[in-house]
Design a protein around this ligand. Structure first.
Ligand SMILES: [Zn+2]
Length: 508
C-alpha cells in the first residue's frame, strides 16, 4: 500500500465580532499527515482560504485569541466560514511530492468503466453526488504504475467493489497548471510577427500533401497555431476546393453568407467585400457571439490590376502597446453589428481579450492574449451612455489610435497578391485582413471563402499534436516560402550574418 495519508486539520478557531459571531475564521491550518504504512508522521503547513476582507481581522484576532485544536469529531460537525460543511478532512497523499489530493477531486476524476461510459466517454455521475463524508480507504500502486483507490462512504450505488484507477501520468498533469495546458496542447504559444518575419517564415503546403498526408496536415496546423497564417498551393480549380480544404480540419461553419461564399465585385453590394474598393484591416463576423476562428480564401481568378491581400498580426501590435492602453482596450467594450438585408446581428466585446495564462514579454510578465476583436467596417455606435462619454473617450481614443497605428504600420503590414490555385488560411481572431483596391474594369477577381470554428481547429490540432509532435518529420518543416519575398528575406539574413561576423571579428 502506498502512502495513504490521513490528514487531520488542527485549526485555530476564533470568534469575530457579535455581528459575525457565527462565522468561524480559519487562520491557517496545520495538516498532520500520518503515513499509515510506515508510521512516520509528517507535518505540512497549508494556507487556507479566508473569506474576502477578513484577512486583517483574522490576523489581529490571531494575535489576541488563545488557540485550541479541534478534535476530529468536532471538525466533522464544523462549518466553513460560508456555512458549508467542511470537507477537507482527509487529503490523499500520492507519491513523494508535498501536499495531498482532496478526496472529492480524486473521486470526481475516476475513469473506471462504472464512472465513465467506455463507449460514449460520458461521465455517469455528477460531482454533487459525491457525499461530504467520502474517504479514501486504500491507495495501491499496481505493477504497471497505475494507482488504485478504494473508498469509504462512496456515492450511493457504488459498493465496495468500486475501485478507481488512475494512470501515473494523471498525477503529473495535476501537479502544475502548465502540465495541464501541455496535456491539452495549449502550451504552443503564438510566434508574433511583423512584415519582415512573416516574409521569411510564412510557409505553404501543397494541396495533395495537405489532403493526403496527416504529418503534412500537422505541419500546416502548427503554422496556423504559431503564425496564424498559411498558404495551400496547387489547389484544383473547382468551386468545391475551399470546402474540401476546410473539411480536412473539420466541420465548416455555416453563416448567413452561406456554407461557402464568393468574393467578387458585384453591383450594389450588400457588403464592402463585394466591391472593388480598398478594404481596410478587419476581422469577420465579430457581431456574432462566437466569431469563426479560421477563414479560408481560395483564389480562383486574380487577373485584375491591384487587389493584393493585406495581413497584420494584431497580437504583435497589441503586445507593443503600453500596459495602460492594453488595460483600456481589454476592459472597455466596443460594439459590432450587421443590420441590413433582413438581418440584425449585434455583439459587444473588448478589442483585447486576455487569457489567465501569464507569458513573459518585453514589458515583463503579462496575461496572454486570447483573441483580438477589431473590425472597423462593422463597428456600431460605442456602447456608452451620454453621461460617461467625457470620461471614456479620451482614454479609448488614445488606446485605439495606438492599436490602429501599429497594425497599419508598413513595418507590420504583410502584402501578398494571391495567385490562382492558392488558398490562404488565417486565424480570424488574431490576424487582421484587408485588400488593396483593384481595377474591376479589366480582368477578373474571384475568391471563394469559408470558415471553421476555433474549437474545430483546436480539436484537430490536439489530436495531431498528440500523434506527431514527437516525430522527427514534425520538426522538419522549414521549407517555405513565396518566391520573390523569399529572395529579399534570404538576402537580408545573409547581410545580417555577414555584419555579425564582421562585428565578431573586429572585437576579437
Ligand atoms: Zn469509478
Amino acid at each position: 500500500m502506498e502512502g495513504l495519508c490521513r490528514t487531520t486539520r488542527l485549526l485555530s478557531v476564533t470568534r469575530l465580532s457579535s455581528k459575525q459571531c457565527n462565522k468561524t475564521v480559519r487562520s491557517f491550518s496545520i495538516s498532520l499527515c500520518q503515513q499509515r504504512c510506515d508510521g512516520q508522521t509528517r507535518l505540512t503547513r497549508r494556507p487556507t482560504a479566508l473569506p474576502r476582507g477578513s484577512r486583517n481581522g483574522a490576523s489581529q484576532l490571531r494575535r489576541h485569541s488563545s488557540r485550541r485544536s479541534l478534535t476530529k469529531e468536532e471538525w466533522q460537525t464544523k462549518t466553513s466560514p460560508d456555512g458549508i460543511p467542511d470537507m477537507n478532512l482527509e487529503y490523499v497523499k500520492i507519491g513523494d511530492s508535498p501536499g495531498g489530493f482532496h478526496p472529492v477531486f480524486l473521486r470526481d476524476a475516476c475513469t473506471c468503466p462504472k464512472c465513465v461510459d467506455p463507449s460514449s466517454t460520458q461521465k455517469q455521475f455528477q460531482t454533487t453526488d459525491i457525499p461530504q463524508t467520502i474517504k479514501a480507504n486504500s491507495v495501491k500502486r499496481q505493477e504497471n504504475g497505475d494507482l488504485t483507490i478504494t473508498w469509504e462512504n462512496d456515492i450511493p450505488g457504488f459498493g465496495p467493489d468500486h475501485i478507481s484507477t488512475f494512470p501515473s501520468k494523471f498525477f503529473d498533469i495535476c501537479e502544475w497548471r502548465s502540465a495541464r495546458l501541455q496535456d491539452r496542447s495549449e502550451h504552443i504559444r503564438p510566434r508574433l510577427w511583423d512584415k519582415f518575419r512573416i516574409e521569411e517564415e510564412l510557409q505553404f503546403v501543397s494541396f495533395t500533401d495537405y489532403m493526403q498526408d496527416d504529418k503534412q496536415l500537422f505541419r500546416a496546423l502548427s503554422q496556423l497555431q504559431t503564425r496564424g497564417l498559411l498558404l495551400i498551393r496547387n489547389v484544383p480549380e473547382s468551386e468545391e476546393s475551399v470546402a474540401e480544404i476546410a473539411n480536412r480540419i473539420g466541420t465548416i461553419r455555416d453563416t448567413f453568407y452561406g456554407r461557402t461564399w464568393d468574393v467578387k465585385s458585384v453591383a450594389e453590394a450588400k457588403n464592402v467585400a463585394y466591391t472593388h474598393q480598398f478594404l481596410g484591416l478587419h476581422m469577420d463576423l465579430l457581431y456574432m457571439t462566437n466569431p469563426p476562428g479560421f477563414q479560408f480564401l481560395h483564389c480562383l481568378k486574380n487577373t485584375c490590376k491591384g487587389g493584393a491581400s493585406l495581413f497584420s498580426d494584431a497580437f504583435y501590435a497589441a503586445r507593443r502597446m503600453t500596459p495602460s492602453d492594453q488595460q483600456v482596450l481589454s476592459t472597455r467594450d466596443l460594439a459590432y453589428h450587421y443590420r441590413n438585408a433582413g438581418e440584425h446581428y449585434y455583439y459587444e466585446r473588448p478589442l483585447l481579450e486576455l487569457d489567465r495564462t501569464t507569458v513573459t514579454t518585453n514589458y515583463g510578465p503579462q496575461q496572454a492574449i486570447k483573441f483580438i476583436n477589431y473590425s472597423p467596417p462593422f463597428q456600431a455606435p460605442f456602447p456608452v451612455t451620454k453621461n460617461s462619454q467625457g470620461f471614456v473617450f479620451p482614454k479609448v481614443m488614445k488606446a485605439l489610435r495606438s492599436f490602429a497605428d501599429r497594425v497599419e504600420s508598413p513595418r507590420n503590414l504583410f502584402e501578398y497578391k494571391l495567385k490562382e490555385g492558392e488558398c490562404v488560411i488565417f486565424n480570424n481572431r488574431r490576424v487582421l485582413h484587408g485588400r488593396r483596391q483593384f481595377d474591376a474594369g479589366q480582368g477578373e477577381r474571384w475568391l471563394k471563402g469559408t470558415y471553421i470554428d476555433t474549437d474545430v481547429f483546436k480539436s484537430k490540432w490536439r489530436t495531431l499534436f498528440e500523434k506527431y509532435s514527437t516525430t522527427e518529420d514534425a520538426r522538419v518543416g522549414g521549407q517555405y516560402v513565396h518566391p520573390g519575398k523569399l529572395e529579399e528575406g534570404i538576402a537580408r539574413r545573409a547581410a545580417q550574418a555577414e555584419e555579425a561576423t564582421r562585428v565578431a571579428e573586429a572585437s576579437s
